[in-house]
Design a protein around this ligand. Structure first.
Ligand SMILES: [Zn+2]
Length: 465
């Protein structure tokens, strides 16, 4: 299979130029102006005219939860619907989370997650391994996860005591082991005990609406845990990655790490850049945005945009974890029973373009860097993924920067019956998406089947940022 993408404006994290891209099989074979096409190839050559279009690397969303058991139910997008919706929005690869069950092995969790994901993905995927029970047995499994399974990042929770949380002693032990074998620790950095205290207090006082979900996780719960994590990572020398960072206090903790030249990377999510806590004042409708950490204040949005431009925030992900409205209703009478999560896997790239690039908050190069390139670099997939270069996978998004469209649950492809962005008019639309040389999306249709998506083994984490 040969393909030529002609005359597009190619944007990577560092470059911006107009050229043709020649693709053979799954890989980019050549890039150049007016590429000559050998006559022997002409008949089987598929040509895509990208004049006046932007051409990006495929987006990578390193924080999604598909078909995930949580709070007595499952997130409503499975591996098929979730990765397909991602493709519609220009995200060609996602990294999902395996959750170890406390008392069980990492291996058992890996097998369980493979059972749900294998042969079901439309787009490419990988996993982070969440270590919820670090002990002598788990310790022995770390090396094999990195070297045999290609799972080089380990998620930890400083909250959700009794289900997911590990204590600081376990965290330090895990950091030492992961560092030894060339991996990285992801962290959900919030102070679980303080949150549990506030949840119980609000419930005792009969304060049960979604607003109290927000008020049970004030900024200090995130700032304190982020600083503690950063200090533990500094002590052990283990590379760290703070997921879904939302606020000024937490980012200030990372500034200290940066001064120490520490390898701590920061991810924020699109919702924390665009939405704020006033949405929790809409009675139970606020349950649409019940997620942890919660949405913050406008001042935090400004801090996060600045953090991106200052290089303190390296990645914009989604924490996509959708629940249908009937699932959200489980918490109708008690905010602490609302399943946590919000749908965004499909719209991350378009939202970030429209509200970030189009409104002058970030440059085109920065856009590609935080949505495509840095996730590939941090998580050991660069330069196979995350850029447009000779030899890279032909994961490519052809994007119309001027087309306007409106987000609605009635037209999105995620398996959820509402949108957190209903009625938002965006500028810029994904037109064509290639995944490993195949046209996956064209003209709003998906042209690849479930099973096309591959599990991508990742290298030891390469610190090249
Ligand atoms: Zn998450």
């Amino acid at each position: 299979m040969l393909m030529l993408i002609k005359n597009g404006r190619i944007v990577t994290a560092t470059d911006d130029y107009t050229a043709d891209i020649f693709i053979e099989g799954e890989k980019i074979k050549a890039i150049g102006k007016d590429l000559p096409v050998e006559t022997g190839h002409a008949q089987s050559l598929q040509v895509i005219d990208a004049t006046d279009k932007l051409v990006f690397p495929g987006g990578i969303d390193p924080h999604v939860h598909l078909d995930m058991p949580f709070m007595g139910t499952f997130s409503s997008d499975n591996y098929e619907t979730g990765t397909r919706a991602a493709l519609f929005g220009g995200t060609t690869m996602v990294i999902d989370f395996i959750l170890q069950k406390q008392g069980n092995s990492l291996r058992a969790a890996l097998e369980e997650w493979k059972g749900r994901s294998d042969t079901n993905c439309v787009g490419d995927y990988s996993f982070h391994m969440a270590v919820t029970d670090f002990n002598e047995h788990t310790k022995k499994e770390v090396k094999g996860m990195i070297e045999k399974e290609g799972i080089s990042s380990f998620k930890t929770f400083m909250a959700y005591k009794g289900a997911l949380m590990i204590d600081d002693r376990q965290m330090i032990g895990l950091m030492e082991e992961v560092k030894k074998h060339g991996g990285l620790i992801n962290v959900h950095a919030t102070n679980g005990d303080l949150i549990d205290y506030l949840v119980a207090k609000h419930r005792d006082e009969g304060k049960l609406s979604p607003l109290y979900h927000y008020l049970s996780q004030p900024e200090v719960t995130e700032a304190e845990a982020s600083e503690r994590f950063v200090d533990m990572a500094n002590y052990t020398g283990c590379p760290g990655y703070i997921v879904h960072l939302t606020c000024e206090g937490a980012l200030n903790a990372v500034r200290n790490a940066t001064r120490r030249n520490q390898k701590v990377f920061v991810e924020t999510c699109i919702q924390y850049l665009l939405l704020d806590a006033s949405l929790y004042e809409k009675d139970f409708d606020g349950a649409k945005w019940v997620m942890s950490p919660p949405l913050r204040q406008k001042k935090d949005q400004e801090t996060l945009w600045a953090g991106i431009n200052q290089g303190l925030v390296q990645v914009v992900a989604t924490d996509h974890c959708p629940f249908k409205w009937e699932q959200k209703l489980m918490g109708k009478d008690d905010f602490s029973k609302v399943p946590n999560g919000h749908p965004a896997i499909e719209h991350r790239m378009e939202l970030l373009y429209s509200e970030g690039v189009n409104k002058g908050k970030i440059t085109l190069n920065k856009y590609v860097e935080v949505a495509c390139t840095n996730p590939a670099k941090i998580f050991g997939m660069f330069p196979r993924k995350g850029t447009i270069a000779t030899g890279s996978d032909a994961d490519i998004v052809i994007f119309d920067p001027n087309e306007k469209h409106t987000i609605s649950a009635s037209s999105h492809h995620m398996n959820v019956d509402y949108s957190g962005y209903e009625g938002w008019e965006l500028t810029g639309k994904v037109k064509t998406v290639l995944l490993r040389g195949q046209v996956a999306i064209d003209d709003n249709k998906c042209l690849v089947e479930k099973g096309y998506g591959q599990f991508i083994k990742r290298s030891k984490v390469v610190q090249v940022i």
